[in-house]
Design a protein around this ligand. Structure first.
Ligand code: KG4
Ligand code: ZN
Length: 360
């Protein structure tokens, strides 16, 4: 039996420069170089700084991945690269590098949608069969997708403004906690009482699976300012309680909307219904536990990829590329970098624009 193809994946759509090498479901190498330190002082990702850093670092990531895998470039069967959506300068850096490698080595080039990379990850980690329900929840994205094939996605709802990761990051900034906000807010919340402050659960009273998170930051800001006005400052316990209340609000909105998305999915359900999460916020233990319980209650299996494959990485791009390659899909030197590229072209476009780039 012949071996599955050897695929190099390249990712540079936001603030992580990454390269990985995959053979089938074996990750032979995965290198991720983050840029937190470069953007820290600005309170968000600066597109020009990100693009320059990708241009400087991506080829080293590829070189390092090849070394880790102990491979010569000639052994590669194809080169997969994120061609969007994302910050255009960064996406261009990756696409240009991939084109150069593909042309120089005479290997096939495959342009991959970054969101498809996230959405197909449970097939890499858990060998999930189509169709499954995916909650993609990160710093730039939040949507429910019914995943029917490598290029077949139906969006059944999503955020109409901020992504939950953005809300975690803004909450951390308001409370003086380090970035990225997700892990620091989660750690603080561990010492807090989620019942002390009741923050809004937007759109729960409205039908459907759409969500809104932008109002939460205003509520957090108001709570912080009113405590400061009353007491002259914030106690450590106040901060922990605000974090716990905030995290509970995000958990409740995501869990209730997931319940509705599951019902939509089950209406056309396969024999063995499955749900999976991906994206940085999927690392949140409180959210994972709530979703695990919900899926058990509604009779679905639940997959949450390991953290390193939830956040941005190139193994997911190599995997999505491998799925397209198996379908005979290849691109030529006209492959374009796309800042916007919705997975479900038929869905109504989402409004708003996250700090990590346009939402798709
Ligand atoms: O998927 P990702 O690495 O990048 C994109 O946004 O595409 O996600 C990063 C986001 C950040 O906003 C970060 O604060 C959030 O994921 N995050 C978390 C946790 N870990 C990372 N949010 C909540 N709880 C966490 N433990
Ligand atoms: Zn991502």
């Amino acid at each position: 039996m012949s071996l599955p193809p050897l695929i190099l994946g390249i990712e540079s759509s936001c603030d992580d420069s990454a390269a990985a090498i995959l053979r089938g479901r074996d990750i032979l190498a995965s290198v991720v170089k983050g840029q937190n330190a470069l953007h820290e002082a600005y309170g968000g990702v600066v597109p020009e700084i990100a693009a320059r850093a990708h241009a400087e670092r991506l080829d080293y990531c590829v070189e390092q991945a090849m070394q880790q895998a102990g491979l010569e470039y000639d052994a590669l069967d194809a080169i997969a690269v994120t061609a969007g959506p994302g910050l255009i300068g960064g996406v261009l850096s990756g696409v240009m590098l991939a084109k150069g490698l593909a042309a120089g080595l005479g290997k096939p080039l495959i342009g991959v949608n970054h969101l498809a990379g996230h959405a197909l990850t449970p097939r890499l980690t858990d060998n999930l069969d189509f169709p499954y329900l995916m909650l993609l929840v990160s710093g730039g994205h939040c949507q429910f997708l019914i995943v029917r094939g490598p290029e077949d996605f139906t969006r059944v709802g999503g955020t109409i403004d901020d992504a939950p990761g953005e809300a975690f990051d803004k909450t951390a900034r308001i409370l003086g906690l380090p970035q990225p906000g997700g892990p620091s807010v989660e750690a603080e919340a561990g010492n807090g009482d989620e019942k002390r402050f009741r923050f809004p659960r937007p759109l729960l009273d409205r039908e459907g699976c759409d969500m809104s998170f932008s109002g939460l930051k205003t509520a957090i800001l108001r709570q912080r300012d009113s405590l400061i006005a009353e007491q002259g400052g914030l106690h450590i316990q106040d901060r922990a309680d605000i974090c716990a209340g905030f995290q509970a609000a995000v958990r409740d909105v995501l869990t209730e909307k997931t319940r509705r998305a599951i019902s939509v999915y089950l209406d056309e359900a396969p024999g063995t219904p499955a749900m999976a999460v991906a994206g940085g916020v999927a690392a949140n233990t409180v959210l994972r536990n709530a979703l695990t319980g919900l899926c058990a209650e509604m009779g679905l299996s639940f997959s949450a990829p390991p953290l390193a494959l939830c956040t941005d990485n190139a193994a997911m791009i190599a995997h999505a590329g491998a799925e397209l390659f198996a379908m005979g899909i290849e691109h030529d030197m006209t492959l374009a970098a796309r800042p916007r590229w919705p997975l479900d072209q038929s869905a109504v476009p989402l409004v708003g624009s996250g700090k990590k780039g346009a939402k798709a």
